[in-house]
Design a protein around this ligand. Sequence first.
Ligand SMILES: *Cc1c(COP(=O)(O)O)cnc(C)c1O
Length: 375
Amino acid sequence: MTPATICSDDDAVRPTHVEVNLGLLAQNLAAIRCHVGSAQVMTILKANAYGHGLVPVAHHMVQCGADYLGIAFLEEGILLRREGITTPILVLGGIAGEQIPLFLKHDLTITAPSVEKLRLIDEAAAAMGVKARVHLKIDTGMERIGIHYYSADQLLEASLQCKHIEVEGIYSHFANADAAELSHTRLQLERFHDVLSFYEKRSLPVPLRHIANSAGLLQMTDSHLDLVRPGILLYGVYPSAECVRSIAVKPALTWKSRVAYFKVVQPGHPVSYGSTWQSVHPVRVVTIPVGYGDGYFRALSNKAQVSIRGQRYPVVGRVCMDALMVNLEQGTAYNGDEVTLLGGDITADAMANWAGTIPYEVLTNINTRVPRVYL
Ligand SMILES: *Cc1c(COP(=O)(O)O)cnc(C)c1O
């Protein structure tokens, strides 16, 4: 769970590492804040902060004035509390009944997606003599978790009866906010407003309302409401190619390695498992000590490019667990030369296209075997 955080003067530093530029994360957060005006910002830190390292990024976001932190699972929240983080934390994922006392013990805000779970939270809070902080979750068209918008009155009604619960927020999640065509997203927002009218009709104070992920906050200003929940945008990557880029952000993560081995490969001598690639003339090939065991997708075999000494070169043959090979043709590189796998003109979008996936998976797939270095 915790990423290995190493110092740059550690003798054991692996040539393969991820560099996270904390200054750029701060700039991205500032750009988002500027765009959303008075709305609060919940920085989304799930999946090891999209591969950037949960604990260091969380500390940094708190320093940069994040109003709220969002994570997927209880365990991530407990880790952040143990690290001394006191900023409010919302656990976006579902809850197992037996976990509720742990949420309360660690002062984590709970997502309540149904009347049944709400009652369990109320009972657990009563038993512990505390008040649970809860955000109600409304499903307006994602069919993941949350009470359906057309039955939501039951949940809101029930929440008024729970004496040991403070309903601090109410939220929903977009399914298609990253598309060019936004009619389903508009429909989801309308459904959410219909649910919220429950409070106005009864002249009750409205809890903190939120629905916008990165794509929502980029593409639909009227979705910002009281709080926005940027994930991928915070890390400087756009949710999709179609999504309007109304905020300028920069990627904060660079993935690097070094040339470990140099050789000349003769024609008729195929490279790597399965012998999927060979040259018709002698070529210079270098081996880089990074592979799918680090999260460099095997699907990148014979597809991806890397950058060495400012030149782009193709990955040839199958990506192995701990190594990959790069064809320099007649280019020059020496053992120890820096290799950029991701960063600069090799974007998460480009890597996602090569691997047949989305940039989210490119970032979250870089696993904890790869040390993170913070700049
Ligand atoms: C992951 C997630 C987000 C952030 O999504 P991005 O597309 O990365 O901005 C926001 N809200 C919820 C509920 C999420 O699960």
